[in-house]
Every structure is written in structure tokens, then in C-alpha cells.
Design a protein around this ligand. Sequence first.
Ligand SMILES: Cc1ncc(COP(=O)(O)O)c(CNCCCC(=O)O)c1O
Length: 452
Amino acid sequence: MTTLSPQAQQTGGPALPQEIRLVTEVPGPRSRELAARRTAAVSAAVGSSMPFYAAAAGGGVVVDVDGNSFADLGSGIAVTTVGNSAPAVVAAVGEQVERFTHTCFMITPYESYVELAERLAELTPGDFAKKSAFFTSGAEAVENAVKIARAHTGRQAVVVFDHAYHGRTNLTMAMTAKNMPYKNGFGPFAPEVYRAPLSYPFRDGLDGPAAAARAIDLIEKQVGAANLAAIVVEPIQGEGGFIVPAPGFLPAVAAWAKENGVVFVADEVQTGVARTGAWFASHLEGIEPDLVTIAKGVAGGLPLSAVTGRAEIVDAPVTGGLGGTYGGNPLATAAALATLRTVEDEDLLARARQVEEILFRRLHALAGRDPRVGDVRGRGAMVAVELVKPGTTEPDAALAKQVATEAAQQGVIVLTCGTDGNVLRFLPPLSIGDDLLEQAFDVLDRVFAATR
Ligand SMILES: Cc1ncc(COP(=O)(O)O)c(CNCCCC(=O)O)c1O
């Protein structure tokens, strides 16, 4: 067991000092010791973006085992939206863990699973009867949304989009666009998955209806509506580069799906649960998906995912056709109910819009100084910059990696993404304070200036 430095021996949550504090080189000695142990014990196929090891986290910071404190603009990939070790989540999980940790809902059910399904029926878009089924990972939710759509329609084909990310299981790898590192060498992949062009305003210059017409034309000609069980789309492409479709794209695709009896699935694993300033990004697009997949931010860091949608569709598989040992685990459902309460009690939808204002203000100012920032886009606390060779749309992945690496050295956690690896994405927890967020962008401004 690695001993923690005195400054690392802190309880997590919002009481942690909300500061960028570097007391050793990054990584420090204890992180280097853990890295050596990891090399001997952990598969080299599991990567880590940051070179340091966590000891505590809360508010807007992560503290490492050497006592360094980092501004967290990643939220563990959009998961700790309500904050790490958020007080209501800690209390709810602590109470539940004393009562029972697991019975398997397929064996002995329990109320928190039912209550969470009731809450998600209220919060997801659409004024119609809705039901849910719970799983553990986002990929499982996507897999099960496809199973449900196939059972409901009797059809097999699935349409996904360019730049999509839906998971690392066999079917979701087939649905995910980017080969490296997600799919490389793992084939053969599941059949009956077809890819349509996405609305990518920065690169295609199309308005929403035109981009939708292009996608629908391909679907009609290469798949055929009568064969199509589901269209699965992220309202904002997450790993693919925080691509916000042009206005009208999603409503046009959703309308075509409805007209043709195709199940429209919004994959809100990364965009859902207050991240974009609405409960779900679908609300901002004015669409009512038949099914929504939910994970990441829904349970404050506990592993839980959901398929929520039209009751008659979610009921389609035979009884016992949906499930899994840990799906809707009682600790995770308790955490999720506490997370949803926290979003309401702390008015985090409004907070996400306040964070959006700071992100756009700082990033547009950066873009005004630096022609390598080709695009600034996103919603709420899910905003990104696409980095390019000046005056072009030619991706500059090396710059994105250089900035993220140097930012970590200077106390800021920031993540990259994008099919071309040239997008810096900003996903701060909504529990981050304005001062710390501004300080983090002061660091990023210096890092960008030093790379010019
Ligand atoms: C839209 C969308 N759908 C599905 C998923 C999959 O969710 P899991 O919980 O990672 O399986 C994601 C997960 N995104 C981060 C994956 C990171 C990585 O594995 O390298 C997503 O963003």
C-alpha cells in the first residue's frame, strides 16, 4: 500500500481546498511508485491519460497521492457531473451499503430500482408512458436498446453515424466509428450495422435539413426502411469530437424514423443528466426519442446505465429477455436517486448554463488570439475546441495532445477527443467554482501561448 503524502490524506467532496496546487513534479514520487507496480500487474492495453494517481476528489479538484491538486475539466469523462463524492451521493450509498449491497433485481427486487425508473420516466423527453431497464455500463445500455428495437420491430438493421462512439462490446464496436484504439484487431464485428453521414457544420457547411436529406437518402438506398430496426445517434457526438449537428438535423431524422416505424434512439450517455444545461440534450433539440440510453453522470460515479423509453417498446422483449447480474445494483440506484435530487436541489441545470457562459467566453477569446482554434462548439458544460492548421479544417492532433499533456504538468486535467484526435473537450463538474474554472483557463491560455 502506497503511503499518501500528508496533503493527500484528505476526505473527498466539496470541502477539499478548491485550488491548483503543485508540491512535487508531475508525476510525483508516489505516483511513479504506483506506475512501476502497475506496469507489472495491469494490462498494457488499459491506458491512462494522466500520469498521476488519485487520492481524493471533490468540488472541482482531484488531489493526487503526492498532494498535488488539479483543476478537473474532465469529470472522469463526464461522470462526476454533480461533483466527486457529492455529499448526497455519499450519504445515500453509505446508508444503502449498511442495509444490503446486492440481491440481483432479477431474483429479489427492491424499491430503489422501481423509484429510479419512475423518476427517469418523468425526466426524459416526451409526454407518454415510459419504462426503464437498468444495466451497468453505457455500452450495455446501447446493446439493450438495439435488442429492444429489434424485438419491437422484428427488423435487424441498425443505422449509426460518422464519428459515433457507442462502446467497446462487439455490437457497440460495430456501431463505433473510430478504429484506433477501440476496434483495432477485435473483429469480426456484429453484422447489420450501417453508417450514415452526420451533420458536421464546421466541415460540411450544410444546414440541418440538407444534412438530414443526405443521411436519409443513404439510409433509403443502402438499408431500406422496411429492414431498419433503429437509428442510434448521440445528440452531440462525444468521443467523436463534440460535434453539434446543425439545427433541424435531428428533428428531420427523427421525423423520418417515425414515418417509417424505425425506433429512434438518442444515446445520451455523455450528453445526459444536466451536462448540457437541460436534463437531456434531446430537450434542447426539440426531439422526443423513442428510447434514451443513459449512463455516466446519472449516478455520481457509481456504475449504472439505463434504457428509458416508450413503454410499449421497452416491453417488447420476452420476460427475462432483459437483465444482467448487476443491472440496477442497489448502491448504484441509491446513488442515482441522490444524484437526480442534487441536480434539482442545487439547480444544476442553471449552473450548467453559467458554466457554459464561462467556457464560451474564454474559448472564443482564445480563438480570437489563436488561428489554430478552428471551431468552438458545445452546450452547457460540454464544450470543445477543434484544433486545425491555421485557416484550414486540417486537423492538428499533435497540438491537442501537446496542450493536454502540458496542462496536466501545470495542474489542469483536460481531455482530448475527435476522430482525428484534434479536439480539446471541456467537461467540468457542475460543482466547480467560477474562480477555479477561470484559473484553469488562465493556465490553458499560458499553455497555448507557449506553443505558438
Ligand atoms: C455516447 C456514448 N455511448 C456509450 C458509451 C459507452 O459507455 P461505457 O460506460 O464506457 O460502456 C460512451 C462512453 N464514452 C467514453 C468511453 C471512453 C473509453 O472507453 O475510452 C459514450 O460517450
